[in-house]
Design a binder for this molecule. Structure first.
Ligand SMILES: [Cu+2]
Length: 187
């Protein structure tokens, strides 16, 4: 009389079965190999694209208007007030090329205002976006949106000589004249 082997004493599957489980990766089926190669090629292409766009994003900080400033490099602090008469004070600012400025921006009005640095093209594009999405918030270093009574900072380094524009793109404000200019002069 042969005793029954308890089921649990059997290995879950034989070595041969295990091999069968992993073997599909080593398939010699040419179609499958070609497909794997295609998948790898597609992956590499995607990586290359991601890398390229990463470089682009990295270069995005450098623009004709300058780049985000570093606190330790600040040479000047300029306070700019934003008021409900749709004016900045001051609205004409002169800086030297290479200078890093700490703008302390104050909303002294009773409605929300913003200060966005940009080229005229960038500001025009931003104005169109604001018309479509009036509540949009900015977390870009070149922009600040402030509720009434609030103040905040923009740290900016002006790297190119010329004019850097700024504007409030809250609906109707730019049109009412809420804009200004930073003139960057060569040293
Ligand atoms: Cu405004």
């Amino acid at each position: 009389m042969t005793p029954l082997t308890p089921y649990h004493s059997q290995p879950p599957f034989s070595a041969k079965q295990r091999n069968q489980k992993v073997s599909p990766m080593k398939s010699s089926n040419p179609t499958q190999c070609a497909r794997s190669a295609a998948i790898i090629a597609a992956f590499l292409a995607t990586s290359a694209t991601a890398f390229a766009s990463g470089n682009h994003a990295g270069g995005h900080d450098e623009s004709p208007i300058g780049k985000p400033g570093i606190s330790s490099k600040v040479k000047r602090t300029i306070t700019v007030e934003m008021a409900d008469n749709m004016r900045y004070s001051p609205s004409d600012i002169q800086v030297k090329k290479g200078e890093t400025v700490r703008f302390i921006v104050k909303n002294v009005g009773k409605v929300r205002h913003e200060l966005s640095l940009g080229t005229p093209d960038e500001l025009a594009e931003h104005l169109e976006q604001m018309k479509k999405f009036p509540g949009m918030e900015h977390d870009e270093p070149s922009k600040i949106t402030l509720d009434p009574g609030k103040h905040g900072e923009i740290l900016w380094q002006f790297t190119e000589p010329g004019a850097v524009h700024f504007a409030c793109l809250m609906p109707g404000h730019y049109e009412a004249g809420m804009k200004g200019q930073v003139t960057v002069v060569k040293k």
